[in-house]
Design a protein around this ligand. Structure first.
Ligand SMILES: Cc1cc2nc3c(=O)[nH]c(=O)nc-3n(C[C@H](O)[C@H](O)[C@H](O)COP(=O)(O)O)c2cc1C
Length: 397
């Protein structure tokens, strides 16, 4: 079983990550993880924090001479911004904390953030105690964990990508996942991670316009996993269904408000004949069970069906507004403008990289559940043995 934990406050000393369950013998390096962390830091519409941080995960355990040991993989990412928060985020007791600038208690609750429920739930009298962990800084840790999962999946030919399909009211021209191929290099080069360069220009204008108004803007992202073997997940229990697991993982990303597998809501006005994917006669035993289309988004009955896995999510506009929303004060309940501190205007482009990480972690766990093994050669034997059985029964048994 692949499990992971993250720890760390946004402006604390750093983030800590533990990934457990990775078989021994997988090639893994800090440089590989840094590529994914760097992808998360990019994106038009990010705030000043990304200029301060240059995320790099230091591997503390579980890897020797470039290969995993099968033991927990411990990683640590330094928060470069920590030096600016030494008193406000001090680990040690602070006597008479100053109430100047960023050291001041935060009492002006931001609607749309974890401020109010987090502060009530944990009995705090300073919103900073909940906002620090609710911050999406934590998603850097998820991307580091996801990179480990991706390295494992890549070992078996599974690759993950993401692209932005809308920002605010601007949508990219639709991609048919059955027939169109997406230029992933163009996505990586796009400031908004969008394959449609004309739409990307309009998306950037939308971000500029929101920024000028002191406002923020959300959007939608699609994740695609290629070469996923048939049969990951299971139909036998609700909590083993791969579509359910992917949905939960994506919904857990900060500010995500809707998730769909494949076209999701787009199918509701269509008939069955327009929704399901016809199975083609098997002519190539190395590639059985081909479909004309991939409308299901790569899952049937809670299992992967051998087609590319396609998941989408919608992410709400950021809750911290420079043109602050009316709110109330935590101490008095009286009207105030919500707290503002350095913030992104649009987090949709990096959200795709975080989504890839979350889907990779779910797929890697399902992959290990199916194939098991304590070392890569053992997992590979199990995987190859299974793949030999996947085909028309009279031919394969
Ligand atoms: C990559 C990324 C960056 C984010 N940056 C900010 C930010 O700068 N300021 C902010 O208020 N919220 C930001 N958010 C969103 C908050 O973390 C999120 O709105 C908050 O946790 C409450 O979200 P919820 O309603 O989904 O729980 C970001 C989210 C993501 C995914």
């Amino acid at each position: 079983m692949i499990r992971f934990f993250t720890a760390g406050e946004s402006h604390g000393p750093g983030l800590t990550i533990i990934v457990e369950g990775v078989p021994a013998g997988l090639a893994l390096s800090e440089d590989y993880i840094a590529v994914h962390l760097g992808r998360r830091q990019k994106g038009y519409g990010r705030g000043g924090r990304m200029l301060i941080e240059q995320d790099r995960a230091r591997i503390m355990s579980g890897v020797r001479h470039g290969r995993t040991l099968g033991s927990p993989i411990g990683m640590s990412i330094e928060n470069k911004d920590w030096v600016n928060w030494l008193e406000a985020m001090a680990i040690e007791y602070v006597e008479n904390p100053s109430q100047e600038g960023r050291n001041a208690r935060v009492t002006r609750i931001r609607p749309g953030h974890a401020d109010l429920p987090g502060t009530m739930k944990y009995g705090f009298d300073d919103v900073r105690n909940s906002l620090e962990r609710a911050s999406a800084r934590e998603t850097a840790a998820r991307v580091a964990a996801g990179a480990v999962a991706m390295a494992l999946l890549e070992e078996f030919g599974i690759s993950l990508h993401s692209h932005v399909i809308s920002i605010g009211p601007v949508s990219a021209s639709p991609v048919d996942n059955s027939t169109d191929s997406i230029d992933w290099d163009a996505v990586e080069e796009s400031p908004v991670r969008c394959a449609d360069s004309e739409a990307a220009t309009r998306m950037m204008a939308e971000i500029d316009s929101a920024k000028e108004a002191g406002d923020t803007v959300g959007g939608t992202v699609e994740i695609v996993a290629d070469n996923v073997p048939i049969g990951l997940g299971s139909h036998v229990h609700w909590d083993r269904k791969i579509d359910g697991l992917i949905s939960q993982a994506l919904m857990s990303i900060n500010a995500v408000k809707a998730v769909s597998i494949g076209p999701g809501w787009d199918i509701i006005d269509k008939r069955g004949s327009q929704v399901h994917d016809i199975i083609e006669p098997v002519t190539d035993l190395d590639r059985p069970w081909q479909r004309k289309t991939n409308r299901a988004g790569g899952t049937e009955g809670g299992m992967t069906d051998g087609m590319p896995l396609v998941a989408r999510f919608a992410i709400k506009p950021i809750a911290t507004l420079r043109n602050a929303l009316p709110s109330v004060d935590l101490d008095t309940g009286e009207p105030v403008l919500a707290h503002f501190e350095r913030s992104d205007v649009c987090q949709v482009p990096p959200a795709g990289v975080i989504g890839e990480a979350m889907v990779a972690l779910v797929l890697a766990n399902a992959f290990m559940e199916k194939f098991g093994g304590d070392s890569i050669p053992e997992t590979r034997r199990n995987y190859e043995g299974y793949m030999k059985t996947v085909g028309p029964r009279r031919v394969f048994q």
